[in-house]
Design a protein around this ligand. Structure first.
Ligand code: ADP
Length: 331
């Protein structure tokens, strides 16, 4: 009987539990044994694991976070650590390891596969959606939902005071959350790393739009959504720059870690269930060294190295809508 282990690593994302559940239930149906390593790669190094059974998966699909806990483990980057992990996996007679995480965790999975003979499968679990080879990642849809509901609330107070608000959303080095949240919340401007050129260009565009709105719509609120890590000098630098140039107060809001929490929305639960279940099929089919993702509604197996070697582009269809509705030019 095959033994399959799973761990969650790196930034946690809503839907990781739904994915663990799908893996464990599919294992049970196919009469495979399932184990969960705790605290990301740390559990693998310390042989810290538990047996996972279908009966423990009850009432789990709707819970945010991860019951296996997640962590970062810098030590795992060394060859010695991968050798220890391989020894521990062999000791437990694990045939295949599933890593649910982001691109860093996939690098770890690839690193392990250089030192271990068992099958290694990655499943994309990150709110940032910055993994090449899959249309979406587990947690991404919930993060958009959280960002949008927060921006809606900020909009209420911004309207009441006719204020400028600058709202920073997560995304690491990708603008997927920012772009989609800006579109869905009818924000007035969005700044994403993929389309950012210079501070001067971005400022000029914002000031021009703001002036257009003031001239045509009277004094109004103005909501700018910005992806983290984009603005040189950080959010504070943009706040002072905007205050100086507009003569108005600018209020910054950093949404931060609330975006990583909460009950997963149905889209994330469904994606997590499909990917978790399909990962077991991929293992039975002998796949290894790949991420299981979804493209155009179909499961795909993408070599792990490809998932971080290429930058995933923003959806052109979404960018088109943004250029008309959010960062709309007035000429
Ligand atoms: P994410 O998976 O969300 O991108 P990180 O980038 O923090 O998160 O990576 C998670 C973990 O993956 C790291 O703490 C480390 O244990 C492992 N990892 C990342 N990069 C490598 C690497 N090059 N080699 C081995 N392990 C790595």
């Amino acid at each position: 009987m095959k033994k399959i282990a799973v761990l969650t690593s790196g930034g946690d994302a809503p839907g990781m539990n739904a994915c663990i559940r799908a893996i464990v239930l599919t294992c049970e149906r196919l009469k495979l044994k399932a184990y969960g390593y705790l605290h990301g790669y740390n559990g693998l190094l310390q042989q810290h694991y538990k047996k996972l059974e279908a009966k423990d998966m009850h009432n789990l699909i709707q819970r945010g976070g991860t019951v296996l806990h997640s962590a970062r483990c810098l030590e795992f980057k060394t060859p010695e650590a991968a050798v220890v992990a391989a020894k521990n996996l062999n000791e437990l007679e694990i045939d295949a390891l599933i890593v649910i995480g982001g691109d860093g965790s996939f690098r770890g999975a690839h690193h392990l596969s250089q030192h271990w003979q068992g099958q290694v499968i990655g499943l994309p679990g990150t709110i940032d959606n910055d993994i090449y080879g899959t249309d979406a990642t587990i947690g991404y849809y919930t993060a958009i939902e959280t960002a949008v509901s927060s921006i809606d609330k900020v909009r209420d107070t911004a309207d009441a005071f006719e204020r400028i608000f600058l709202i920073e959303v997560m995304g690491r080095h990708a603008g997927f959350i920012a772009l989609n949240a800006a579109l869905a919340s009818a924000s007035d401007h969005v700044i994403v790393p993929e389309l950012f050129e210079t501070t001067e260009k971005a400022l000029a565009a914002m000031l021009e739009e703001l002036q257009y709105r003031r001239d045509n719509h009277g004094s109004v609120s103005y909501i700018i959504v910005i992806a983290e890590n984009v603005w040189p000098g950080g959010l504070g630098a943009l706040v002072s720059e905007l205050e100086q140039r507009t003569g108005s107060e600018v209020r910054p809001v950093i949404l931060g870690h609330v975006q990583r929490g909460g009950s997963p929305v149905p889209q994330d639960r469904i994606l997590a269930s499909k990917l978790g279940s399909h990962a077991i099929q991929a293992i039975i089919d002998g796949q290894t060294g790949v991420m299981i993702g979804e493209c155009n509604g179909e499961p795909v197996a993408v070599p792990l190295e490809q998932t971080w070697a290429q930058q995933k582009p923003l959806e052109p269809f979404c960018v088109e809508a943004m250029s008309q509705l959010v960062n709309a030019t007035t000429d």
